[in-house]
Design a protein around this ligand. Structure first.
Ligand SMILES: CC(C)(COP(=O)(O)OP(=O)(O)OC[C@H]1O[C@@H](n2cnc3c(N)ncnc32)[C@H](O)[C@@H]1OP(=O)(O)O)[C@@H](O)C(=O)NCCC(=O)NCCS
Length: 111
């Protein structure tokens, strides 16, 4: 989890009063343990831990229906998409379950 490190103060709000997003990145569960609810419990724990410290949490992920559904079931809602993110930011192809990732899809949760 991180906030923009270039920002000096740790308030969840900007000086103009807008909520600063907290970014959720790169969660993973052991492959042999997937589909047993551990991922969802991890996200619920993160929500509980950050509930009083952030107003908006954002997660970015590849455009994969299973992962998007996972985050939606955890309480995130679709936010926006950055086209060609995985083509523009990596010097090698990125695959998930045999499918090449192209766009980054962002979801958000408000507390
Ligand atoms: C996404 C991830 C963290 C979910 O963890 P998990 O322990 O399987 O989560 P849960 O058991 O609580 O939820 C399972 C749900 O996640 C979805 N899911 C997404 N990717 C999956 C995968 N590779 N294997 C199994 N389920 C997956 C399933 O659709 C499942 O929903 P269902 O019950 O309708 O079938 C895990 O699949 C993972 O580590 N994936 C690889 C890393 C990754 O893609 N992380 C996200 C980066 S933003």
């Amino acid at each position: 989890m991180y906030r923009d490190p270039s920002r000096a103060d740790s308030s969840p709000y900007s000086s103009r009063g807008a909520p600063r997003p907290t970014i959720l990145k790169n969660i993973a569960t052991y492959e042999e343990c997937r589909g047993q609810g551990h991922g969802r419990r991890l996200v619920e724990y993160i929500f509980e831990h950050y509930r009083d410290r952030c107003r908006v949490m954002v997660v970015g992920t590849g455009d994969r229906p299973r992962i998007l559904r996972f985050y939606e079931r955890c309480g995130f809602a679709a936010s926006h998409r950055v086209e060609n993110f995985f083509l523009d930011h990596y010097d090698h192809p990125i695959f998930d379950c045999g499918e090449r990732l192209v766009d980054m899809v962002y979801l958000r949760k408000e507390f």
